[in-house]
Design a protein around this ligand. Structure first.
Ligand code: AMP
Length: 395
């Protein structure tokens, strides 16, 4: 990687300002999933081992839109981080201004402090230069370890880099290594799997991947739009009418690279307890029925492609995996990926719902890499330059 990382710089005696991704799910004051906090620990431990003057943490949580929304406070994160880190973690109820400055100054040498949600200020998402300068005043050097927001040019990941040397944290470095390398120089066969609800949000990634992969397997609701574009009656299935032309264009140009489901699990309503049937992709979906998952023949076909691959990238569930009766396709694909990893393939999960599905299936440790950023990983797969990564200094 040509970007500078936390291992390339001297942090001793410095005030180290770190942008982490602590955008954790909260139920009241309780953090229901600590994955993102745990994902930051290698970088934070590395920094502390370098004997800094202070470790100052910035993050956003939710979308408070520039308002102070108590339900989106980062305060509950500080004690959880302290426990995981085995160190005291102070908290400042604002991320800029005198309150944060005195809290930082009051830290013991090598102390850790978490500053309140950067998005409580409008200047965060508008990348306001004055706000960015105030954040940057807290540190002598800036480390970005928040991959989840790397596709956004905000003050706490891009704006601060105008004032401080910006380097990548270990989590960000890992994401770049896996996702960028997968595209630049993949070991072949290279198979991508796309699912989820909509074609429209993933057109750029489909186009970019078709230029690079040996096979593109499409499942989930997305596949319905391709079937409808082929003239199949999809009845009550989720179909994006406004994306039909795009689907036709992709079908006409993709050739044998694009693999659609051979069969689908259809239901008589959008419910876990709905009556269900298997429908081959060659026949119409009956009136008032809808496709909610891929069928067993498709799982086998996709598993064969995955088993022959040396690199696999997956984004988007194969069906409505939130309902156990329609999670079989998603779990089947997750199992096929776990087996491929065991056979030496590199398997990359592109964040969001597919990451949740892999976790839910208990297969997370059997993947080569699970991205911490859904939107950011999609944009990397699209071949786009991400502002949060662009802002990092190079060797
Ligand atoms: P996305 O954000 O585009 O990756 O979409 C994820 C969502 O797609 C999940 O909430 C799934 O329940 C939903 N989904 C996947 N397959 C289907 C389907 N066949 N019909 C309706 N929704 C689906």
């Amino acid at each position: 990687m040509d970007k500078l990382t936390v291992r390339d710089v001297d942090l001793c005696g410095k005030r180290v300002l770190v942008r982490v991704d602590f955008n954790v799910p909260l139920d009241g004051d309780t953090i229901t999933d600590t994955t993102r906090i745990r994902a930051s620990l290698p970088t934070l431990r590395h920094i502390l081992s370098c004997k800094p003057q202070a470790l100052i943490l910035l993050s956003h949580l939710g979308r408070p839109k520039g308002e102070h929304v108590p339900a989106m406070s980062l305060a509950p994160v500080a004690p959880v981080l302290a426990q995981l880190l085995g160190d005291n973690v102070a908290f400042s109820p604002d991320c800029i201004g005198t309150e944060s400055e005195s809290a930082i100054n009051a830290l013991p040498t090598g102390g850790v402090i978490l500053l309140e949600n950067t998005r409580f200020h409008r200047g965060e998402t508008s990348n306001n230069p004055t706000f960015a300068a105030k954040l940057a005043q807290h540190g002598d050097i800036f480390i970005n370890d928040a991959f989840g927001t790397a596709h956004r040019a905000h003050a706490s990941n891009v704006g601060v880099a105008a004032h401080l040397l910006a380097v990548a944290g270990l989590l960000l470095e890992n994401e770049i290594n896996y996702l960028a390398t997968a595209l630049e120089d993949p070991k072949r066969p290279f198979v991508a799997i796309l699912g989820g609800a909509k074609v429209s949000g993933k057109i750029d990634v489909i186009d970019a991947l078709l230029g690079k992969v040996d096979r593109l397997l499409v499942g989930g609701g997305m596949a319905n739009t391709f079937f409808a574009a082929q003239g199949r009656e999809m009845a009550d299935s989720l179909v994006e009418t406004e994306a039909l032309d795009i689907a036709r264009r992709i079908l006409n140009t993709a050739g044998a690279k694009l693999v659609l489901p051979l069969d689908q699990r259809i239901a008589d309503s959008f419910s876990n307890d709905a009556a269900q049937q298997l429908a081959p992709a060659t026949s119409d979906v009956p009136a008032r029925w809808q496709s909610l998952d891929i069928g067993p023949r498709t799982i086998d076909r996709f598993a064969q492609e995955i088993a022959s691959a040396k690199t696999v990238v997956w984004n988007g569930p194969m069906g409505v995996f939130e309902m156990p009766n329609f999670a079989l396709g998603t779990v089947g694909v997750a199992r096929a990926l776990a087996e491929a990893t065991a056979q030496g393939a590199t398997t990359i999960i592109g964040g969001g719902d597919s990451a949740a599905a892999v976790e839910q299936a208990g297969l997370a440790p059997q993947m080569s890499h699970i991205s911490t950023g859904g939107g950011a990983s999609l944009e990397l797969l699209e071949g786009k330059a991400l502002p949060g990564i662009e802002a990092i200094a190079e060797h």
